[in-house]
Design a protein around this ligand. Sequence first.
Ligand code: LMR
Length: 396
Amino acid sequence: MFDDVPPAPADPILGLTEAFKKDPNPEKINLGVGVFTDASGKTPILASVKEAEKRLAANAVTRNYLPIDGDPSFRGHMQNLVFGRESEIVFTKRACTACAPGGTGALRVAADFLKSNFPNTTVYLSNPTWPNHPQIFDAAGLRTDRYPWFDPVGNKLDFSAFLDTLSRIPSGSALLLHACCHNPTGIDPTHEQWAEIARILSSRGILPIVDFAYQGFGDGLEEDAAGVRTLAGLCREMIVCNSCSKNFGLYADRVGSVTFVTQSEETAAKVASQAKRVIRSNYSSPPQHGFSVVSTILSDPALATMWEAEVAAMRARLASLRGLFADSLAAKGVKQDFGFIKRQKGMFSFSGLTKDQVETLKKKYSIYIVASGRVSVAGMNEKTMDRLATAIASVL
Ligand code: LMR
């Protein structure tokens, strides 16, 4: 049977990491996957995480199964981070949260939940979006469609085209939004635009699914939640999928959660029971370690403060690399305006590099960039910036 299985294409992002690892060139640069690297080029374990791990190791007593929806303390912390401690949603208990293996796991639980309860839902995704989004919803058996997002002229949000599509999407559809640091464009709506989006979604009965993978990497932990909170202020129902991969540096531990905001505590309990059913038949219950690390940090004010400072430092580094990248290209005489890189937020920007240019950068310079032209600022480094800018200037 297996002899006839055709090989699957490599993943557009993680497949690139595989190729990068095999490349023997000592000067290779990986701008593919969104993984933070420090000035030494390493992806560090945060000091707050190391301290939490020390405490966990000292106090460990059991490795018994966790509940199907995971550690209750972690779930509470995620609701506070997303909606704010004082939020009416948290206070009235009308949301239920389940732990999930990373942001991808959270999205898949959301997708399976929708498929089993609302099988005819179409999920609208931004054009462009993270390449795994369509795969996740397709795998769950849901239909997907696209809404316009990116205007290549000026490298900005095409808000009028987006609103036009929003006004035509059938009620009862779901629409996936990126809470902040849009992946792959780095373009987020303004406060006013979020308010407009929230108004249309709520009045037209469209369910927001919010992918919140980069909290703290845009303008700040609270600031980055402003869009979700604006949506939650008007849309009585929504789904939020969040990830602790980036902001806790827990990439390998697969720490994420899915939150269903409902209209009452009673409904939240019913929805939680359905989410648990989906999880049980998928991976049974979540793992423990990364979730306990996050819980330990967020339960201790001193450790939480230490973590917030570490997130702020990662955010500042990304902003500084954005500036250095744009300035280095200008210094190499690149005529094209790359000023948008400085204005955009988070790990990614859409560089405008063509597929052929990306291919040349890989073949000639061992510089790895996603075929769409998305660059991960997180993979840049002060020491290799000159080489990177020279190479890009040579293909433009
Ligand atoms: C990315 O977009 O590079 C990250 O979200 C990592 C991934 O899983 O693709």
